[in-house]
Design a protein around this ligand. Structure first.
Ligand code: F6P
Length: 323
């Protein structure tokens, strides 16, 4: 391997810049040439590829977003699109890839490897934390910190007005941010995509809390909740508990931005180095992750199967602490 191309794809996540920097630094350390592929697979198709130098990665570790930019590419889903992308890699002499992204991006990486056999390694970059093969994904910790900080502020005003708030957090298919934010902010209830909570049960819980004279109630709803989003649930609850003053806050893309936490910086930095070393050791079509503080290379096909689900214990703990 002489020339590695690195890209970020799909939804951005805090710590992606730290991961790119680590990949590029490690590449230089091992005397490799490093190329940035801008705007993910879209840039690979449109030949938005540039050689990277040390100056490109100065002062990026601490910044949110991704300086390589990111995109969700529909053309890369087509065989023609992938062929165009491959031809551009050949044109630049790129003989290996590091793909930083979530399940969609790694699915693309797996497909691409199977078609063209270009040595590639994935890094788990998503705030959702839903990839198997790693305890944590890059960006998850920062997103949870951001959500909890925002919920603390909502708690202040909720308490002042004795209000019930429904706070929607990100996570289309996975409730990791929701369950962490729920435990970390003493939520009255947490609704996640993995579990259906009947509205009647939520109503009962809120009634019990009213009896216990709780002055504020915050219910966390993952955007992909089985009973609907925060707006929908708030409307249903309004009918059941008309005496409550109910408000809804959707945290949205706020959770994707901001400077990465120390945990995300270190995780991204370690994984970036492991990705380059993995490629040099001939580990292809795998995702580098950290399990019990040790690096693990998991076949991408396994990391993306279904998706990792919230631990039963976490769900139980959130429930115990909210009653
Ligand atoms: O996968 C990361 C994520 O932020 C999800 O939590 C969310 O459902 C989705 O991306 C939003 O995607 P977009 O920014 O394309 O609207």
């Amino acid at each position: 391997i002489k020339r590695i191309g690195v890209l970020t794809s799909g939804g951005d996540a805090p710590g992606m810049n730290a991961a790119i920097r680590a990949v590029v630094r490690a590449g230089f350390y091992y005397n490799l040439e490093m190329y940035g592929i801008y705007r993910g697979y879209e840039g690979m198709i449109q030949d938005d590829i540039k050689k990277l130098e040390s100056k490109n990665i100065a002062h990026v570790l601490e910044r949110g977003g991704t300086f390589l930019k990111s995109a969700r590419s529909s053309e890369f889903r087509t065989p023609e699109g992938r062929k165009k992308a491959y031809n551009n890699l050949v044109k630049h002499g790129i003989d290996a890839l590091v793909i930083i992204g979530g399940d969609g991006s790694l699915t693309g990486a797996h497909l691409f490897y199977n078609e063209f056999g270009i040595p590639s390694i994935g890094l788990p970059g998503t705030i959702d934390n839903d990839l198997a093969g790693t305890d944590l994904t890059i960006g998850f910790d920062t997103a949870c910190n951001t959500a909890i900080e925002a919920i603390d502020k909502i708690r202040d005003t909720a308490t002042s007005h004795d209000r019930l708030f429904f706070v929607e957090v990100m996570g289309r298919d996975a409730g990791f941010i929701a369950i962490n934010a729920g435990i970390g902010s003493a939520a009255a209830a947490t609704l996640i995509p993995e579990k259906k909570m009947p509205i009647e049960r939520l109503v009962e819980r809120l009634k019990a809390r009213t009896k216990a004279m709780k002055s504020s109630n915050i219910v966390i709803v993952a955007e992909g909740g089985k009973s609907g989003g925060a707006v929908e649930i708030a409307e249903k609850i309004k009918k059941e508990l008309p005496y409550y003053d109910i408000k809804v806050t959707i945290l949205g893309h706020l959770q994707r931005g901001g400077a990465p936490s120390s945990l995300d910086r270190v995780l991204a930095s370690k994984l970036g180095v492991f990705a380059v070393e993995g490629l040099m050791q001939g580990k292809y079509d795998v995702m580098a992750g950290i399990i019990n503080n040790k690096v693990v290379f998991t076949p991408i096909s396994k990391a993306i199967v279904g998706h990792k689900e919230v631990d039963e214990d976490d769900f139980r703990i959130a429930k115990i602490l909210s009653t």
